[in-house]
Design a protein around this ligand. Structure first.
Ligand code: ADP
Length: 448
């Protein structure tokens, strides 16, 4: 660098500028070894643009150091020192800067270094060196400044802590209030729940009393109508007989409804007792079909067995309850079939522990959007209500409860207008009790 023709003061300044430029040059070289040329170039360019400091760059993309002022040189050091810290940590960056300063010490005096190089090194780096270069007065001033800063920080800290403590106290009291509210709600809910349980019990008793009371007169009516229809009480005209038969059918439907209500009520109150034993499902289904055949014939329906293996194992079931399952599903298949339709019934062993039953009809089917509610108590699909006004919506609810009590599953597949296939499973009877449904104290098992 040129030093001729300058006054001593100017010479010192020139030395300082030269030292700062030299320092940046060495630091850039050192960084190139660590990060590679391209990355160092990118770091410098992005630091300048981020800080919005104008700078001149050479054709190689690096800042023209000789033409930079101290402000720009500082940006160079900040960019590289920050990147070294980010990638390798503070100590590494500190050591790198220290190494370059040491290198500089060979060519520049301590005064020149402190007047230039240390001025462009960002705060937090080479602090010891910076302090060493301060005069006693500067040092005292610096200490005073730092003490004032600390005091300020301290004051703010106290204010902040006070504020946060207040906030926390507020939160705590909110929480306490919420907890009290929760306890009160919990208490109220428990009371409401108890009240509902009592109401439910009353309702359940009411239903079972009414249903039982209805059953006796309905049976009486059935008996009387039977006598009239059979002619035991004297001859009736054809027209009278037709009306009597209609009354008989309505009465029968009423009996079925009352039975459904009693069945559902028993399920809900847990009064339904199960008597699990080895059962041959063919015997059960044959018996139900025998009863249902007149209804099916009246609608010209065909009921066909499409799967009836002769070696079907016995299942562990309560014969009365499993009969109710077949009865409800076959009743529905008949009820919701179109005249001259076909109902397919089948059963087979689906795995070592299970018998799978299916009952398929080609009737009105179940609308897709209503399929999820089909096992819900009292639910009847809109197309079913239109096609058949009679129905309680309790049959499938009872079916599901019974099948599940047998540790089985019930489900269906349906396309509206094309029919429904109901499936259910029952566990195979095992003499060692494995795979047999669990039994509570009211259940008993008869072994053959
Ligand atoms: P319901 O007394 O109405 O037949 P269920 O509980 O037995 O009561 O059946 C509930 C509803 O499920 C019926 O109302 C009907 O919408 C639908 N459903 C049941 N079985 C069939 C079927 N085989 N075909 C079409 N819809 C059916």
């Amino acid at each position: 660098m040129f030093t001729f023709g300058f006054s001593p003061k100017e010479q010192a300044k020139t030395h300082a500028d030269e030292a700062a430029v030299r320092f940046c040059f060495l630091l850039i070289n050192h960084s190139k070894e660590v990060f590679g040329v391209i990355r160092v170039r990118d770091i410098l360019q992005s630091t300048f643009s981020l800080r919005e400091i104008p700078a001149k760059f050479g054709s190689d993309g690096f800042p023209l150091l000789e033409e930079s002022n101290p402000e720009s040189l500082k940006v160079v050091v900040i960019g590289l020192a920050n990147e070294l810290t980010k990638v390798f940590g503070t100590s590494f960056a500190e050591a790198a800067l220290e190494r370059v300063v040491k290198q500089m010490e060979q060519s520049f005096t301590e005064e020149v270094l402190s007047a230039s190089v240390l001025k462009i090194i960002p705060a937090g780096f080479l602090e010891l060196r910076k302090i060493r270069t301060l005069s006693k007065e500067d040092l005292e001033r610096e200490v005073e400044k730092k003490t004032a800063e600390l005091r300020q920080v301290n004051e703010h800290l106290e204010e902040k802590v006070e504020g946060r403590t207040k906030e926390l106290k507020g939160l705590l009291s909110d929480q306490e209030r919420a907890a009290q509210l929760l306890v009160r709600r919990d208490f109220e809910l428990t009371r409401a729940n108890d009240r509902l349980k009592k109401l439910d019990e009353v309702k359940s008793n009411f239903i079972s009393v009414v249903a039982h009371q209805l059953r006796t007169p309905l049976s009486g009516i059935k008996w009387t109508l039977n006598l009239l229809i059979s002619g035991d009480l004297g001859q009736t005209s054809l027209e009278q007989k037709t009306f009597l038969l209609k009354a008989y059918e309505s009465n029968d439907r009423m009996i079925n409804l009352v039975n459904d209500m009693l069945g559902a009520d028993r399920i809900e109150s847990g009064k339904l007792r199960y008597n699990f034993q080895p059962v041959q499902l063919f015997d059960v289904v044959d018996n139900v079909l025998f009863e249902i055949l007149p209804q099916a014939n009246a609608r010209s329906l065909k009921i066909v067995f499409d799967e009836r293996p002769s070696d079907l194992p016995k299942v562990a079931a309560d014969p009365e309850r499993i009969r109710a399952v077949f009865q409800n599903l076959l009743d529905n298949a008949v009820k919701y079939s179109r005249p001259s339709g076909t109902i397919l019934v089948g059963m087979r062993q689906s795995d070592p522990d299970t018998v799978l039953v299916h009952i398929k009809d080609d009737g009105i089917g179940i609308p897709k959007e209503q399929q999820k509610s089909i096992f819900t108590r009292f639910f009847r699909a809109t197309n079913a209500v239109k096609a058949e006004t009679d129905g309680s919506g309790l049959g499938l609810y009872i079916v599901k409860n019974i099948v599940e009590r047998h540790s089985g599953k019930v489900w269906f597949e349906s396309v509206e207008g094309s029919g429904v296939t109901f499936f259910f499973t029952v566990p195979i009877y095992k003499s060692d009790g494995i795979s047999t449904p669990s039994m509570d104290s009211s259940d008993t098992v008869k072994v053959e």
